[in-house]
Design a protein around this ligand. Structure first.
Ligand SMILES: CC(C)(COP(=O)(O)OP(=O)(O)OC[C@H]1O[C@@H](n2cnc3c(N)ncnc32)[C@H](O)[C@@H]1OP(=O)(O)O)[C@@H](O)C(=O)NCCC(=O)NCCS
Length: 180
């Protein structure tokens, strides 16, 4: 089954566990906070580029707001374990209200990595972004983060790379018209 093929919410089975992709909602704050608390220091650093502590109330409000025009976020959760932390999150935020480039970021919980969740999320994210008029994803990635680059490659074509210093690069990918 292609987890990027269905309309949201979309559920499929990963190693015997049902995983669901859906849009983030305002009630996801506590589960988002718990998901962050459970990330290993390595995954946390790869996502935020510093040892990110707990989200503030303001951050949680901002991160759970999604209008599909200025920003959009998808989560993966376990519908058979209500209340369990989110297992993966992916989002884009438009650079400016009239921009066709959006910054993208994603993270999969350590125990769920390398099982296809990241690919499923980013493909859904790109499909929704294209519908919203986003033509490019821009990501700030630690140099050598192969998984992060692979996710960009599955939805677009590399257009630009800028060294931001401190081992971080900004990658710009033009989204493939029909998805990847
Ligand atoms: C990047 C990330 C979201 C990928 O999530 P994931 O759920 O493991 O992704 P997938 O299982 O769909 O794997 C995607 C591809 O990356 C590869 N991959 C995943 N983890 C990898 C690793 N540690 N080393 C090398 N390749 C890796 C997979 O093999 C797959 O490639 P393939 O389809 O050619 O086999 C996850 O590694 C993560 O959360 N990293 C920390 C946060 C981060 O780096 N975010 C990016 C900056 S915002």
């Amino acid at each position: 089954m292609d987890p990027a093929g269905g309309a949201l919410p979309f559920a499929w089975t990963v190693d015997g566990t049902v995983v669901r992709l859906r849009s983030i909602g305002p009630d996801d704050g506590p589960r988002l906070a718990e998901g962050l608390a459970r990330l290993s220091p390595e995954t946390r650093f790869a996502r935020f580029h510093y040892p990110k502590g707990a989200f503030s109330a303001g951050e949680l409000r901002r991160l759970t707001w999604s209008d599909g025009v200025l920003q959009f976020a998808l989560v993966a959760d376990l519908p058979q374990a209500p209340g369990a932390p989110l297992v993966a999150v992916a989002r884009w935020v438009r650079d400016a209200p009239d921009a066709d480039t959006a910054e993208v970021a994603y993270v999969t919980g350590d125990g769920w990595q390398r099982r296809g969740l990241g690919r499923a999320l980013v493909r859904q994210l790109a499909a929704q972004a294209r519908r919203a008029g986003v033509a490019r994803f821009r990501a700030e990635v630690i140099v050598g983060n192969i998984a992060a680059v692979k996710l960009l490659e599955c939805v677009g074509t590399a257009e630009q790379e800028t060294d931001l210093g401190s081992g971080v690069a900004e990658l710009v990918y033009r989204l493939d018209p029909a998805g990847g």
